[in-house]
Design a protein around this ligand. Structure first.
Ligand code: GCB
Length: 890
């Protein structure tokens, strides 16, 4: 650390002999600190403060008994509407605890540690206000020694406040002011009581551990380890203290140590000192290949007694984020590929157990990620410990998201101060995690203002948060010069009004450029991503580049037969699972074409709670996760990446949740890291195909009416892999029904089941008409009992190749005129050929139906042989069809 907020060191530097030696802790008697988790016995009430609530005599027996971790919020479910279990209350929650532990002995201190409280915490002990902390994600501590009384019990009262940030609210100046996630209220990470000697390794250093370990130089032969220790003497007497630092290997053997001889630490003083140690032939922290961890222990000694000690992890590694070569770990290039993680779980909110964290890490490791983005805030210490132990490279993040003010004004000084405080906490508390290799200081700042400005006809985001970001960036670099900074940008160069000239651009502020890019979802085509990356790489030479977000919504209850069949409603429905997988397949291909890229992070590993969303088939959830909010369902896209990244053999048939199929002919697909795979349907061999890009496709596989067993097999590294699914198919001899221009199917009032758009080439599927924020509107088309069937259409010059058995069929085309303009409507002239022969010529839907937006059908009988091909043409205005229905001719 370069600049310190503490007085200059008054203790001398230590020197470090190396080699295995006895553990120094064993040599000395220890009266080191004790840590008692305060998990049980809390009483909870949500709402306004009852009279006398903070007082020791207040009667809380009627309150709800709770254990920590605890949050009153719960949300997100897959029922497409608010569930009874949902709780999105924002406001104040009160917690009371009787502390029956005696106050510490004379000369000792009692410190309460909170691991995370959403979002503002106030603490009272025995009726006296001790202090306040603002920020929902960082650890904080209060020294409560002087508030305790000798008689029992001592009463602890905490108010947690997650009021909605808005002008005049308590959270008005607490970041984040906005964001696509919900700030859960409560003591959601746990509380503990720490008792220490009055002279200790500093516990009051922005929630940090008090020792800060860095590796200024690392080679295979030698690593320099620097340990900064902060000391505090809260007592009334000066103390004569020595510091011993040692490094232990993973088996607990001491491999280096250093002693700083005893010096005086005056009453009420804080000091800091740096100890240097050397490791010869260190075993390096090598990411997932070998996440080897040493530990560093610093002991504070008074004479022969150890009066305090702190142990922190040490991963010996060097890293660089290079503009052209990408990310480099221990002098070797390593392409980082991973996902963001939000911390909420269905049914638990943010109140997670250590097992929940372990489950999340195991799921990410199973998919084969080697990097994790902590979206969009400081994550729990146990999570970051898991990242260290699993070898993940982590981008840690300040929750400065989306908004710097509620209007066009500059960020308020109080907000800047809060962001600075949260950034200092983030860095000090997480400094020792070897997994963390980037500090992210902002995400899409003022995108909200940009959208507002556009809605008001303005140009883009006003350039108003640059100074704040510059200041935060400088602070991060002062706190930790060893790690680069990053800002995640939403907009520069995207095909959207958000990137209009005049919009705020912040990509030149931090060391590393982070790009949140949603090609194929919010805009453009997924494959356009590579061109966009090339352009920005050229615009920012010398700056390492990462894709901090990409992705698509995926409802595992919605399915499509063809992801090209129609547009999605990005902020609403539909979001078929197969469409999400397709966006990922294409985005991943595009990302691989950018050799300069250091890292990419999928948005998001898990579906996450956001009251701003009703998506796919979900309520209060952003469904871009590859795994469901309850962690029970791994979506198709999960296995796409597992096949790309995991060393485990993978063979996975996609579309397995699309059981009740709309069509009797299916393009069967599998993700596999085997070179080729074979397929059988109902025991009959279909064929063996190669799996380029780890995708195996068997086109046009015919299913029988009713149940089908579809089984794939492959071989990798001498291991036989199998996977199978059960699908139900309709009877091919009864015909088929295609809903044109739509990603999902529909059953009409007459009970005819139309599948999603399929079997087409050419044409376009126009954007769906939207009512309000989220839903596809019923069509405005009249003259039909099924207006939804006319809410989408295919337009232009296009063909349908319908895989019908040979026979005679009645084909019905559902059409309408979408143009309200009468001249344009009159100009339309549609021709349809069936197997090369005209069945409709010069057809004008408006004329036939008596106006625009009126349903019209045309039917004809014909014979199919080797399928049925329909060619649609409509000159300059194009042909239009909403649905095609084929039934056996009478
Ligand atoms: C973003 C934001 C993230 C959102 C995501 C989305 O760019 O950074 O917070 O959740 O897009 O899903 O739209």
């Amino acid at each position: 650390m370069a600049a310190m907020c503490m007085p200059a060191p008054s203790l001398a530097q230590g020197s470090a002999p190396t080699g295995a030696m006895p553990h120094p802790v064993r040599a000395a008697a220890s009266t080191a600190r004790s840590v008692t988790p305060l998990s049980d016995g809390w009483r909870f009430l949500f709402g306004e403060a009852p009279d006398g609530v903070t007082g020791a005599d207040f009667d809380d027996r009627e309150w709800q008994p709770v254990s920590l971790p605890h949050s009153w919020n719960r949300m997100g479910n897959y029922t497409a509407q608010r569930a009874e279990s949902t709780d999105v209350r924002q406001g104040t929650g009160w917690y009371r605890l009787r502390l029956d532990k005696p106050v510490p002995a004379k000369g000792k201190r009692a410190i309460l540690q909170f691991d995370g409280v959403g979002a503002i915490a106030d603490l009272w002990v025995n009726g006296q206000h001790v202090g306040q902390h603002k920020g929902a994600f960082s650890r904080f501590r209060f020294d409560i020694t002087d508030f305790l009384k000798p008689g029992l019990p001592n009463i602890i009262v905490v108010r947690a406040d997650n009021s909605k940030p808005e002008p005049g609210s308590t959270t008005e100046h607490v970041i984040p002011l906005g964001g696509d996630f919900f700030i859960h209220g409560g003591l959601y990470r746990g509380v503990s009581l720490i008792e220490t000697d009055a002279a200790s390794i500093d516990l009051m250093d922005h929630g940090g551990p008090g020792i800060y370990v860095s590796t200024p130089s690392v080679t295979a032969e030698r690593a320099e380890v620097s340990v900064l220790t902060r000391l505090r003497n809260s007592g009334a007497k000066p103390r004569k203290l020595a510091v011993v630092a040692h490094i232990a290997d993973a088996d607990g053997r001491t491999v280096a140590n250093a002693t700083v001889p005893a010096r005086q630490l005056g009453a009420g003083e804080t000091h800091e000192l740096t100890t240097s140690l050397v490791l010869t032939n260190p075993r390096l922290w090598q990411g997932r290949a070998d996440p080897y961890l040493y530990s560093v222990t610093v002991e504070l000694r008074e004479g022969a007694r150890v009066i305090d000690s702190v142990t922190e992890p040490l991963g010996v590694r060097s890293f660089a984020w290079d503009a052209d070569k990408g990310f480099i770990l221990n002098d070797k290039p390593m392409r980082l590929h991973g996902a963001s993680r939000h911390q909420d779980w269905q049914g638990k909110g943010w109140a997670l157990s250590p097992e929940d964290h372990a489950t999340d890490m195991a799921i990410m490791a199973e998919m084969g990620v080697n990097t994790v983005r902590h979206a969009h805030y400081q994550h729990a210490q146990e999570w970051s410990d898991l990242a260290d132990q699993s070898g993940m490279v982590v981008k840690a993040e300040l929750p400065f998201v989306h908004q710097s003010a509620f209007d066009e004004s500059l960020p308020a000084p109080e907000l800047v101060a809060n962001a600075r405080a949260q950034l200092t906490e983030l860095i000090r508390q997480n400094y020792n995690h070897p997994s963390i290799m980037l500090w992210s200081v902002g995400n899409e700042i003022d995108i909200g203002a940009a959208i507002m400005a556009l809605m008001k006809g303005g140009k883009g985001a006003p350039a108003k948060s640059r100074d704040m970001l510059v200041e935060l960036n400088a602070l991060a670099k002062r706190e930790d010069p060893s790690r680069p900074t990053l800002y995640a940008d939403c907009c520069e160069g995207i095909p959207s009004p958000l990137s209009r000239p005049g919009a705020q651009v912040l990509n030149d502020v931090t060391d590393v450029v982070g790009l949140n890019r949603y090609f194929g979802w919010y805009y453009g085509q997924p494959q356009d991503l590579s061109r966009a990356l090339d352009a920005l790489h050229a615009r920012y030479p010398g700056r390492a580049m990462t894709v901090t977000e990409y992705g698509a919504g995926g409802a595992f209850t919605q399915h499509t037969d063809n992801p090209l069949g129609g547009p999605v409603n990005a902020n609403g429905r539909p979001h078929p699972e197969e469409f999400q997988a397709w966006v990922h397949e294409e985005n991943w291909k595009a990302l691989q074409k950018a050799p300069f890229l250091s890292a990419s992070w999928i948005w998001n590993m898990f579906d996450f709670a956001s009251t701003a969303r009703e998506e796919g088939e979900a309520y209060d959830l952003n469904d871009k996760g590859l795994v469901s909010h309850d962690r029970k369902t791994r979506k198709d896209a999960f296995y796409f990446y597992k096949a790309q990244w995991s060393d485990e053999p993978v063979l996975y048939l996609t579309g397995r949740r699309y059981i009740d199929r709309a069509y009797p002919v299916v393009d069967v697909r599998a993700y596999s890291n085997a070179p080729r795979a074979s397929l059988t349907v109902n025991g009959q061999a279909i064929g063996t195909v190669d799996c380029p890009d780890r995708i195996c496709v068997w086109p046009g596989v015919r299913l029988r009416a009713g149940n089908n067993q579809v089984a794939a097999s492959a071989e990798r590294d001498g291991k036989v892999l199998t996977d199978s699914v059960s699908w139900t198919a309709p009877d091919a001899t009864k015909g088929l029904h295609v809903r044109a221009g739509h990603l999902t199917g529909l059953t009409t009032s007459a009970g005819l089941r139309f599948g999603s758009d399929n079997f087409f080439t050419g044409g376009q599927a126009p954007e769906l008409r939207m009512a309000g924020r989220t839903r596809v509107a019923p069509s405005n088309v009249t003259g039909t009992g099924d207006p939804e069937l006319y809410a989408s259409y295919r337009q232009g010059a296009f063909s349908y190749d319908l895989p019908l058995p040979d026979g005679r069929w009645t084909v019905t085309l559902h059409m309408f005129e979408p143009e309200a303009d009468t001249a344009k409507a009159a100009a339309r002239s549609i021709t349809v050929l069936a197997n090369g022969k005209p069945v409709l010529t010069g057809f004008n839907p408006a004329k036939a139906a008596g106006g625009s937006l009126k349903a019209v059908t045309r039917s004809f009988d014909l014979a199919s042989q080797g399928g049925l091909k329909l060619d649609f043409n409509g000159g300059d205005s194009g042909a239009v069809v909403s649905a095609i229905s084929v039934i056996p001719a009478r």
